[in-house]
Design a protein around this ligand. Structure first.
Ligand code: ADP
Ligand code: MG
Length: 312
């Protein structure tokens, strides 16, 4: 929890430029197992906050892994085929899974369970338990749903009259909405896993998703080894890609979230090659040794980093 609060502080400091005195409403919500900070500017800001909060709660209920009424729970419990609009989200996420060559794998639900990331009883499981969990292929949309929620919230806010702009921090997934007053770009800090000042700043204009997956977000340590919550689908163990975080910037929130998880699994080299074949996102990779790499359109500043270019 301490880490989440630190993250929120970093983001709110950087975002405070958005707050026009008296015209901005802020709210903190605990939803989808994380702390979310909503900031909406404009005449109808209170309505905006209320409707976004309601939407987030609805999406949490639909996509929860543990709630017995959720679509995901029912899919895992047996022969249940979701209808629209959920079907479309699952299809889109599955298409991203295929596009990433399976680095994003939406069937690792039981794997997270055996590592204790569901009930908090974190432990290193036996190989047999990992193999059995991989074989179960239980659905888990945890890698994509906050990004999707951000994009849905942005659409909702854009359809409410007299909302000037908004910035939503859904537990490390930042969603900007509209143009910041004064025409300045939004400034989003990349969290320093060690805490303190952000590692760098990403600038974006207009509505966008800036999503970070990191090995410091959920983890435990045993015998000096850090076990985190982003799994390598090939091994059923925490991905070891020499990265500590990947931030993805994209117009589409579900894509940003899906790819932040997938690029973390792929690692720098494969992730850079994947970016060269793509045109719908930018990325910032932070290695465990502290080195930072950013794709050439990532608009990163306030740190030294190596640029990943289109030509290798
Ligand atoms: P967070 O949810 O902490 O913001 P991510 O978006 O990276 O971070 O999603 C991680 C979550 O996705 C895990 O908690 C787990 O539920 C699930 N997950 C873990 N590894 C994978 C993977 N390789 N592909 C898809 N989902 C994964
Ligand atoms: Mg993700």
């Amino acid at each position: 929890m301490k880490k989440i609060v630190a993250l929120l502080l970093v983001v709110s400091c950087l975002l405070s430029g958005c707050a026009l005195a008296g015209k901005t409403e802020k709210s903190t919500v605990f939803c989808m197992d994380t702390v979310m900070e909503l900031q909406v500017t404009g005449e109808n800001r209170v309505q905006g906050i209320q409707e976004v909060t309601k939407l987030l709660r609805q999406l949490e209920q639909i996509w929860s892994y543990t709630d017995a009424d959720s679509t995901i729970y029912k899919m895992n419990a047996g022969d249940f085929s979701p209808e629209q609009p959920q079907r479309e989200i699952i299809d889109k996420a599955e298409a991203l899974s295929r596009r990433t060559g399976g680095a994003l794998n939406l069937r690792l639900g039981a794997v997270s369970e055996v590592w204790g990331f569901r009930d908090g009883a974190q432990k290193v499981p036996t190989q047999d338990a990992i193999d059995a969990a991989l074989a179960q292929k239980k659905w888990d949309m945890g890698a994509v749903i906050k990004g999707y929620a951000g994009q849905e919230a942005a659409e909702l806010l854009e359809n409410i009259p007299n909302i000037d702009c908004a910035i939503l921090n859904l537990g490390g997934n930042v969603q900007t909405v509209g143009e910041k007053p004064g025409g300045q770009p939004w400034k989003i800090g990349i969290q320093n896993p060690a805490g303190g000042t952000p590692l760098g700043t990403i600038s974006v204009t207009g509505t966008a998703s800036i999503v970070t997956s990191g090995d410091y977000q959920r983890y435990f340590e045993k015998d000096g080894v850090r076990y985190h919550h982003i799994m390598d689908p090939e091994t059923g163990r925490p991905a070891q890609s020499a990265l500590t975080s990947v931030t993805v910037i994209a117009r589409d929130g579900l894509t940003a979230d899906a790819l932040s998880t997938a690029l973390f699994v792929m690692g720098l080299e494969q992730g850079s090659a994947f970016w060269r074949e793509s045109d719908d996102f930018e990325a910032v990779f932070v290695q465990t040794d502290g080195k930072i790499y950013a794709t050439e359109g990532a608009m990163l500043s306030d740190c030294s980093f190596e640029v990943i270019g289109r030509e290798k």
